[in-house]
Design a protein around this ligand. Structure first.
Ligand SMILES: Nc1nc2c(ncn2[C@@H]2O[C@H](COP(=O)(O)OP(=O)(O)OP(=O)(O)O)[C@@H](O)[C@H]2O)c(=O)[nH]1
Ligand SMILES: [Mg+2]
Length: 672
């Protein structure tokens, strides 16, 4: 390829253990970015660099490294596969130009594969599907490709096929539009001469059929039996992959490096660099601290350019800051480049207040990633040594900067620290990070499920905040239950003559905050709040009076109508040897699961459905233990549903309850 050098950002995604880190490592090695090849099993790969990753052999953080392939720069982001670290995936997803979605040829499409696929589709990210582990016993390219086409998309098209040696071991890749395979390492089993000749023909017609589904011009040609020639077909595959309509399927065995060269070529051809946006636009997608350099904000730039000493104002922040240093990826290193251009990612220093999600420049030009990660559990932080409390809080604050979903909360009355998290593995990883990075011994209390609340019925909330003087803020709200999953819908029907628009805006800004803790202390969601009437006073109203009054008005309404508890629900899939079917079915009904008719796949019993998070928290481990490691449960967040009558879940309120008016007003005033 002799086009001008480009930069592209490519994420490597998959269900846990499919081989993301191994594939990334081999790509870095093959392209010459690293000299020696590391292995996950020995804890020596480039992108699993944290102690806990090396010890456990799983990825926890998204890690990036760059390579050069045929004159073009690729920034690779190796993401974690375990569902507890979905937040890392979500943050990476937003800034990708293309994706390599890995599927193991032995395990096939798995729960997390589908979750990732849906997110990639939502964002229209061009994606190559890479079928890995073809060396494994029981691996099948045909079966896995069929699975991909059935479960992910009929627009997935195999462009590679595996070749085998005489002893049926997998040895090389055939790019289907070529006659000669490129990376044979051992003699390849003679393909049937007829097959050798026909596979190109078969490919031509299959590819034409798949593409014609959404390419009208090709459809017309296809009807006339006018098939595209080799060059035309290659161009068509490239064009439609770039627009995320066609998904090339590649294959290989990353552990042995088979298929890596072909994969890199496919990434170059099918996951192109997008054109730069017309104006300055970028997003902070990662916060990182390095011992020597301090705090870095990783920015993806979509348009424009940033240089050292540029003055930057991030969205949602008042202050401006001067960039002190810009480092871009060069293999595993970060080199001082002094500037970053459109299309690249870089660590930017000198922005002390940068937070994940902050925007530089025009927000319209920055794509929005869907929210996938929802922490369902909360746990109390327990430092082993009471004297470490302050240091622990500081360390966790630093980790919350890097992962805002941890949502570190300090409950002053109880003198307790709480974090939110996705699951038990994340807690273990937190413990280990606090030890290795901050030298702190910290444990956690038993995780509890995060409930939510929703109004039980339509109600009115009223407040007349007129005392103690000087103050004047009158608000009337109507609060109605909304649809499940709808969150908060806010509107105002108050007249500008009665309450100034500026005050109305203040009320609107404060409502979400007021809903953070309902009658039972949980966030209130799925509701419609309407400001029906408001009144300010020309003389007596202070601009902050509505800040104080809004929570009182909202809580007044919730108390009048009551709230119902909502509990988080997981969508699960359980696969166990048949002999455990009875046990699983009785466990499921005890856990209040809802499921469709189970099925048998070979010797395995498969059941899918939904189950409350609260009852199934430890089931994955139980299942593994009573089935001697043979049972697997995968689960992902499905949504919140009404908790059964009689559920008791009270959370200690943080701060003073606005229903306790006198005390609340006093504390709110002194805080402002
Ligand atoms: N047989 C075989 N094993 C492989 C292959 N690629 C990776 N593995 C092994 O599969 C296991 C998981 O590999 P990783 O590269 O850590 O997988 P991952 O997708 O990065 O895993 P997480 O980041 O933890 O989700 C390791 O034991 C690898 O050695 C392959 O092509 N063939
Ligand atoms: Mg990994």
């Amino acid at each position: 390829m002799n086009s001008a050098p480009t930069i592209r950002n490519i994420g490597v995604f998959a269900h846990i253990d499919a081989g993301k880190t191994t594939t990334t490592e081999y790509m870095l090695y093959r392209s010459g970015s690293i000299r020696s090849l590391g292995s996950v099993d020995e804890g020596t790969t480039s992108t699993d660099s944290l102690d806990v990753e090396r010890e456990r052999g799983i990825s926890v953080k998204a890690a990036s490294a760059s390579l050069n392939w045929k004159g073009h720069k690729m920034n690779l982001i190796d993401t974690p596969g375990h569902a507890d670290f979905l937040a890392e995936v979500e943050r990476s997803l937003g800034v990708m130009d293309g994706a390599v979605l890995i599927v193991s040829a032995a395990e096939g499409v798995q729960a997390q594969t589908e979750v990732l696929w849906q997110a990639l589709q939502l964002m229209h990210i061009p994606t190559i599907i890479y079928i890995n582990k073809l060396d494994r016993i029981g691996a099948s390219f045909e079966r896995t490709a069929k699975d991909v086409r059935r479960l992910l998309s009929p627009s997935a098209l195999p462009v590679h096929m595996p070749l085998y040696a005489e002893d049926d071991s997998f040895v090389a890749i055939q790019e289907l539009w070529k006659t000669e395979p490129r990376s044979e390492q051992r003699p390849i089993k003679e393909l049937d001469a007829a097959l050798q000749k026909t596979h190109k023909e078969v490919f031509r017609s299959t590819a034409t059929e798949v593409i014609a589904e959404f390419d009208e011009e090709l459809m017309l040609r296809y009807i006339e039996s006018d098939l595209p020639n080799e060059d035309e077909l290659t161009a068509l595959i490239a064009k439609h992959s770039a627009s995320a309509q066609l998904f090339p399927i590649c294959c290989g065995c990353s552990q042995k490096g088979i298929g890596i060269t072909e994969l890199l070529d496919a990434m170059l051809s099918f996951l192109p660099a997008p054109p730069p946006k017309p104006d300055l636009a970028g997003i902070v997608f990662k916060i990182e601290r390095e011992r020597s350099m301090g705090r870095a904000a990783w920015v993806r730039l979509y348009g424009g350019k940033l240089r050292n000493r540029d003055i930057v104002r991030l969205s949602d922040h008042e202050e401006e800051h001067k960039i002190t240093q810009i480092r871009v990826l060069d293999g595993l290193k970060r080199i001082d480049a002094g500037e970053i251009g459109a299309g690249d990612i870089a660590a930017i220093y000198g922005l002390p207040n940068a937070e994940i999600g902050d925007i530089i420049g025009d927000p319209q030009l920055v794509p929005q990633a869907p929210e996938m990660a929802v922490p369902l559990l909360t746990a109390r932080v327990i430092p082993e040594n009471g004297a470490d409390y302050a240091r622990t809080a500081e360390a966790l604050q630093e980790l919350t900067d890097e992962d805002p979903l941890l949502d570190l909360t300090w409950l002053p009355e109880l003198r307790e620290l709480h974090v939110r998290m996705m699951g038990a593995i994340q807690l273990e990883v937190l413990t280990s990070m606090l030890k290795s990075r901050f030298d702190l011994n910290v444990g956690f209390g038993p995780p509890a499920v995060i409930y939510k609340e929703t109004p039980a019925k339509i109600c009115e909330g009223r407040v007349a905040y007129l005392m103690p003087k000087p103050c004047w803020a009158i608000l009337h709200f109507t609060i109605e239950p909304g649809e499940r999953g709808s969150g908060l819908v806010y509107r105002s029907r108050a007249r500008a003559d009665d309450i100034l628009p500026a005050y109305q805006n203040e009320v609107e800004r404060r409502v979400p905050e007021a809903l953070k803790q309902g009658l039972y202390g949980w966030e209130v969601t799925d509701l419609i709040v309407t400001l029906t009437y408001g009144q300010h006073h020309v003389w007596h109203t202070h601009p902050l009076d509505f800040v104080v009054a809004t929570p009182m008005g909202i809580m007044n309404g919730l108390a009048a109508g009551g709230t119902k508890l909502l509990e988080p629900i997981l969508r699960f899939r359980i696969s166990v040897p048949e002999e455990h079917a009875g046990r699983v079915m009785s466990d499921l009904s005890r856990m209040r699961a809802e499921f469709a008719a189970p099925s048998l796949e070979g010797e395995r019993f498969i059941v899918e459905g939904t189950v409350p998070a609260s009852t199934s928290m430890d089931y994955s481990a139980d299942l593994r233990s009573f089935s001697a490691g043979k049972g697997v449960m995968t689960a992902s967040f499905d949504g919140y549903r009404e908790a059964p009558e009689g559920t008791e879940a009270l959370r200690t309120r943080n701060g003073i309850n606005p229903l306790d008016e006198a005390k609340y007003i006093l504390s709110a005033r002194s805080a402002l």
